[in-house]
Every structure is written in C-alpha cells, then in structure tokens.
Ligand binder design. Structure first.
Ligand SMILES: [Zn+2]
Length: 341
C-alpha cells in the first residue's frame, strides 16, 4: 500500500512525535480531488505521483482522513480531476450528489468551451456547488504554459459566479506563476471586477520556491475577496513569507489529496522546484536507487507549516484558524444556508 498514512509505523511515529501536539482538533482541507472510477478515461487509471489509482471516492477520502489525522474531526472541499480527458460532467454530478454540505463541500469543474452560460447557471443556482474549479488545460492551447487567466475564466462565467457570490479555486497558469506580471494584473482585475466572487489562489499561486513569492503578495493582499491555499507547499520559507504578509483570515489549509498522500517531497533547487519521489512520475525526479525513506507530501507540508508557525511564534488560535475556521467562515459566507451549525 503506497499511501503514506499512519497505517505505516514510520508515519505513525512522525504523527506522534511531530504533529499530534501541533494539529488542532478540527481540520478542513480546502483542496481535495475526488473522482469515481467511471470518470476516468479509457486510457487507464490516474497517476497519483507515479502510483496508479483507479478511483478516489468519498469513502476512500473518509478512510484516508481518519488514517492521516488520527483523532481529528475532518472535512473537505472536493472537486474532480480538472482535465479534458476526464469525464467532467460525470465527476461534477457525483460530487453534487455525494457531498453533504456539512462535512464534504463540492466545487464544480468548469470548462470554458464545453460549459455554457445556461449549464453553468443551472448547476450553480442549485446551491449544491460552492464554487468552480477552472484549469489551464481546459483552454486546450498547444502550449499550456501560455494560457491566460481570462481564457480559463471568461467574463460570462465570472458574472455568474459573482452574482451568486461563489468561490473560484484558481490554479494560475504561466511559467512565471505568482511572479508573472500578466497573472498579477489578471488576478487583481478578477478581484476588482467581481467583488462578490471569492478567489482562492491554489498552492499560494503555485509559488513553490522562495523567489516566486517574495514581493509578489504585496499588491494582492488588500483585496478582501482573495485567499490562498497552501496545498503541496513543503517549503517552510515560502510559508513563513506568506504567513507574515497576508491577512491571517485569508489563509486556507489544503493538501491536494490524493496526490499529497503519495511518498515524496517538493524541493527548491537554484530558484526552481521539483518533486522528488521514490518512483518515476512525470513531474518528479525519481530516487531510482532507493536511497531515501519517504513520508507523504502531506506530512512534509504539515512539518513546513509547523516550522513556519514556530518561527513566527503564531498562537494556537492562528493555527486553528488556518486549519479550520478560515475555510469554514469562507464556506459560510458563500452559502450561509448550507452550512450545518
Ligand atoms: Zn489540485
């Protein structure tokens, strides 16, 4: 079993020694991918950091949350796999029906070419989705790194999201990531033009190395409708910078489960980053000689968060807010009627 949970003795020890005293009682993961088997393409299973995964449904997620965070009350914001080769409509329908709006909350995959104003409006006005999840690949450019945010999020879609006051889980495009001047302008324009939309920059705007984040949150931090999630951030210096700059209420804990359950770590090398994994993966450098014993990306994230929190002497209330309160407050603001008291 490749999933790195406390079912493995080595992870149970990390949890007991490094994480148990740090983690609050309640944890809301704002960034989880959930996909039933029938939404996968005929070409084969999803590659979860090099491990093949035939499905990841809410039962799988429930089991993993219990095994990753023993003794914690957990909840998650869930969306499908955002790529044109997967069954977007089926994945959205699964989450619409399976998420209860109490523990599991659904965001809707959004494809600017296959969705229409009518289909998006009809789905979103049901209240079953609290936001949308666009993705650069849905723009279908030959070079995905040249995608621009307005191509992922055309005005007609943002007008619907804004009218309903919903969220956007935004994986920003382009090689320059958070430091890309065009991205910076487009993010600012989204926040200004659509003040009722809540824009969440996934992975702190994909700033997985320090030079990408330093100075790049300053122009964005005063937008009251801008948030970041910390999914897959294994880098304590990036987190320390973000925690020091941003309004604490705008920080959301997230992981990118199920990828985050795989063994590996994101590392910075010479103002770039890569993943290192025990098995080959398209996005990683693999430890072919098995020199290392790994834990999950997720536990590496928790270690990095804890280190940044310790260095900044942030109080327990701040930690509880990061892991739970901020996300729940955001969900409550999006759909006051659908949040259980
Ligand atoms: Zn993700």
């Amino acid at each position: 079993m490749w999933r790195e949970t406390t079912k493995h003795e080595r992870n149970l020890r990390i949890f007991a020694e490094e994480l148990d005293a740090f983690l609050p009682a309640r944890i809301l993961d704002f960034h989880v991918h959930v996909f039933p088997a029938e939404t996968l393409p005929p070409g084969g299973p999803f590659s979860c950091a090099g491990h093949s995964m035939p499905r990841y449904d809410l039962d799988d997620l429930s089991q993993d949350l219990a095994e990753v965070y023993p003794g914690r009350e957990t909840a998650a914001v869930c969306f499908g796999i955002p790529h044109p080769v997967y069954d977007r409509v089926g994945n959205n329908a699964y989450l619409r029906d399976a998420c209860d709006g109490r523990r599991f909350f659904a965001f809707r995959l959004f494809d600017p070419f296959e969705d229409t104003p009518d289909s998006l409006w009809a789905d979103l006005r049901t209240g079953r989705f609290l936001g949308i999840k666009p993705y650069p690949d849905y723009v279908r450019k030959p070079d995905v790194s040249l995608v621009e945010i307005p191509e992922m999020l055309p005005d007609w879609a943002m007008e619907i999201v804004n009218a309903l006051g919903l969220g956007v889980m935004l994986h920003i495009p382009r090689k320059g990531r958070l430091a890309d001047p065009l991205n910076q302008r487009h993010i600012a324009a989204l926040c200004e033009r659509y003040p009722r939309a809540r824009i969440v920059l996934a992975h702190v705007g994909r700033a997985f190395f320090l030079k990408n984040v330093v100075g790049q949150l300053d122009a964005l931090r005063d937008y009251p409708n801008l948030y970041v999630d910390v999914a897959m951030l294994n880098h304590w210096e990036v987190l320390e910078h973000a925690f020091g700059v941003l309004d604490p209420s705008r920080l959301l804990f997230g992981t990118d489960i199920p990828i985050a359950l795989a063994p590996g770590k994101s590392v910075e090398i010479n103002d770039q980053y890569t993943y290192v994994t025990p098995v080959p993966w398209a996005l990683s450098i693999a430890d072919d000689d098995r020199k290392l014993v790994f834990t999950s990306f997720l536990y590496e994230s928790l270690r990095a968060i804890r280190k940044a929190v310790d260095r900044l002497s942030l109080p327990d209330a701040w930690v509880r807010a990061l892991f739970y309160d901020n996300g729940m407050n955001l969900l409550a603001a999006i759909r006051p009627g659908s949040i259980a008291e």
